[in-house]
Write a protein that binds this ligand. Sequence first.
Ligand code: ISE
Length: 337
Amino acid sequence: MSIRLAVIGAGIMGADHARIFAEDLPGVTLQVACDASADRAKSVADRYGAADISADPEAVIKRADVDAVIIASPDFTHAPLSLACIHASKPVLCEKPLSQSSSECLAVMEAEEKAGRRFVQLGFMRRFDQSYIEMKAAVDDGSLGKPLMMHNFHRNVETPSVDFTAPMAITSSAPHEFDVVRFVLGTEYTSISAFQPVRTDAVVAPVFMVLETIGGQLVTIEINNNAAYGYDVRGEVVGEAGSVSMVAPVHSRRDLGLRQTTDYAPDWRPRYGEAYRHQNRAFLNFVRTGEFPTVASDAWDGYCAAMVGEAGVRALQEQRKAPVEMIKRPEFYIRTK
Ligand code: ISE
């Protein structure tokens, strides 16, 4: 039986999820495209074959002809709509972040615990990216020796809107790194510091963070939302015996006029195309079997990212190292596989 999906939010990511399900993954019917803008919803519905459009996400989630939900609406809607999915007993692939507020994440966790199962798969797609998978394997098999540091660069061409602020670099962009570093190193953070250089213009300057982990490792994260030249993500794990660096996929190189050049994509979709496909395939399997995907992020991971983000904003605003004080991982969220 085909899985009947609703996509809530028909912006960049909603449209991309609809495309991936329609073009790359068999066994799915796009049932509804939902967006506050009827034009945007209609454009996604027309392009990817959704039977219906709507502007009412809560009603869409309750529909009997919808088996599972993709949430790609604005960040502040993620937690309330995830809660609505849990109450309707519908598995949901929710774009990151689950929330920028740790207490909202806790409310989602409580609802899942009460329901007795997980419904929310979080869209931290980098866990499905081959570079991070290989870094994690090198950490897990012990070949690097003790991992000492992980360096991360995350650069966008420009901010998505002019009112994007430095705290948003921490609560909206950096959660990718907060999450994937926990995944690769298999640890939690104890503190975060955050710094900013001064730009000559009015756009938001890079935010540079240094985090410490329980095992005494150092993690550096540069978020540069106005890097201008291209979408560029880099990473390196440095261990006592060696290091593993990410090599971003490049499909061709030009040698011309005494120069060697390769291209950057303008945004993250080409860089993480494979990861999104793997993530969305894992979600379909979750919907079919009820088995939560082994590597995917869940509501607990969303809570952890939000807690680090809150501490990061405090560290930046108060210009001092902030402790990351998380609750103990509830039994319910301890994974056996
Ligand atoms: C953007 O907000 C995202 O969500 C993407 O996943 C990320 O890769 C990109 O750099 C962010 O700006």
